[in-house]
Design a protein around this ligand. Structure first.
Ligand code: UD1
Length: 420
């Protein structure tokens, strides 16, 4: 397994380009299954999760053409197997996103139940409940979701008990080809949901209200192809901003969208960062100062994203003062805490709250990545620790950060990959 070795101490300075959003790309790739024509998806990030989704489409027999820029052409009607196998789904929970489109377009879908994962049990009951409300017959047997529908799915009013991002996306995609109107209440408002709605509308769907908690979808008989560029990755953007903040540096991120990062930018300013933004760039300057501790509470968009929680835990670990971080989205998302404490951080956990007393200096140590964003937190801590930090199991990082070591090197960090 590859490892990353980071020698801490450099103040980051420079400019980098942000990649396409993983969490937008995954549902948009799944949405290609709704289409009756060729569909082209662009600005895909080079990431393991994207490769897994492409592999999943390929295994189902869908014709795919990928060019050297990773633009992908998909022809869904060539599908041969309406089956998403355990071997792929277990490596990426977002594979569940093929359930809604496959069922709506082809009348049948067999998708492995995703297992638990490091950050909590993460059920998919709301996806299943919503599809049943639209007339699907669904049985869960031998670890698989077997879904079928006679004729077309029917529009329905669905009240989601919890705000779920992929749940909202799955149901929105299914509804795009259902008969009649679907109303999703308590829908997720994440920018990735809005991006998917935009993509569906370009394919001829009628989706209104994405970005609010009520989404109304008037189903269409068929959807046509289009070229679609996914939005920039707001979590990658936020992570590099924290890299600038934690190292008391100055970083400029290009080809991104500061308008979908409000909650994160506010907290960075509270931590002492000077932030400047344009339409497609954001710059952070710490003017050489140590960050101040901030209190953070994660919640669905537009509140502070759970996917930035580990990075802010690392930031608070070296900040001036004491900060608390409350995680309300996932029940077990503090696995980076024990690793950060091994690097000299002073973090105590009380239920879903981390209390972080900032220390002057962390010390490098061998640490283990446990999930995608936790790993990012460890890399950030390594950037400012005294000496070397060896981050093991970085396949987690490769699921979500394109060329992380190259990008950090461009900002002046001393970081190298040690291939296994
Ligand atoms: C998505 C993101 C992930 C992010 C998360 C929360 C993708 C591919 N992943 O994950 O990066 O951390 O949103 O912003 O977009 N829940 C249920 N039943 C369900 C579905 C969800 O109880 O059927 C619960 C979950 O256990 C969790 C909460 O709802 O506590 C939110 O999860 P959800 O928004 O569904 O996360 P994902 O869509 O899996």
């Amino acid at each position: 397994m590859d490892k990353l070795i980071i020698t801490g101490g450099a103040s980051l300075n420079g400019e980098i380009r942000i990649s396409g959003s993983k969490n937008s790309a995954l549902p948009v790739l799944a949405a290609t299954l709704l289409c009756d024509e060729k569909m082209r998806v662009c600005n895909l990030p080079h990431l393991q999760d994207i490769t897994t989704m492409i592999e999943l489409l390929g295994q189902m027999g869908v014709d795919l053409i990928i060019d050297d820029k990773l633009n992908l052409e998909v022809e869904a009607n060539t599908i041969k197997e309406l089956h998403a196998p355990y071997e792929l789904v277990k490596t990426m929970r977002a594979s569940i996103l093929v359930l809604g489109p496959m069922l709506a377009h082809f009348g049948e879908a067999h998708v492995s139940l995703p297992g638990g994962c490091a950050i909590g049990s993460r059920p998919v009951d709301l996806h299943i409940h919503g599809l049943r409300a639209m007339g699907a017959d669904i049985e869960v047997e031998n670890g698989y979701i077997h879904a079928s529908v006679k004729g077309r799915l029917r529009g329905a009013r669905i009240v989601l008990e919890t705000v779920t991002v992929t749940g909202t996306e799955n149901l929105m995609m299914a509804a795009a080809l259902a008969e009649g109107q679907t109303i999703l209440e308590n829908a997720a408002r994440e920018p990735e949901v809005v991006d998917l709605a935009e993509c569906l509308n370009r394919m001829g769907a009628d989706v209104k209200g994405a970005g609010t908690d009520t989404i109304v979808i008037n189903g269409r008989d068929r959807l046509h192809g289009c070229d679609y560029n996914v939005i920039p990755d707001r979590i990658e953007t936020g992570t590099y901003l924290v890299a600038g903040a934690i190292s008391r540096g100055k970083v400029k991120l290009k080809q991104t969208r500061p308008d979908i990062l409000d909650a994160v930018l506010l907290k960075l300013e509270e931590a002492g960062a000077h932030i400047a933004t344009g339409d497609d760039w954001v710059e952070l300057d710490m003017k050489g100062n140590r960050p101040r501790s901030v209190n953070v509470r994660t919640a669905p968009y537009p509140a502070f994203p759970t996917d930035m929680q580990a990075q802010f835990t690392a930031l608070n670990a070296v900040a001036e003062g004491t900060g608390t971080i409350i995680e309300t989205v996932f029940e077990n998302r503090f696995m980076h805490v024990s690793e950060l404490n091994r690097m000299g951080a002073q973090i105590s956990l009380e239920g879903n709250t981390a209390i972080i007393k900032g220390v002057e200096q962390l010390t490098g140590a061998p640490v283990m990545a446990t999930d995608l964003r936790a790993s990012a937190g460890l890399v950030l801590a390594g950037l400012v620790a005294n000496g070397d930090t060896l981050v093991d199991r970085i396949y987690h990082i490769d699921r979500g950060y394109e060329c992380i070591e190259e990008k950090l090197q461009m900002l002046g960090a001393t970081i190298h990959r040690i291939p296994s």
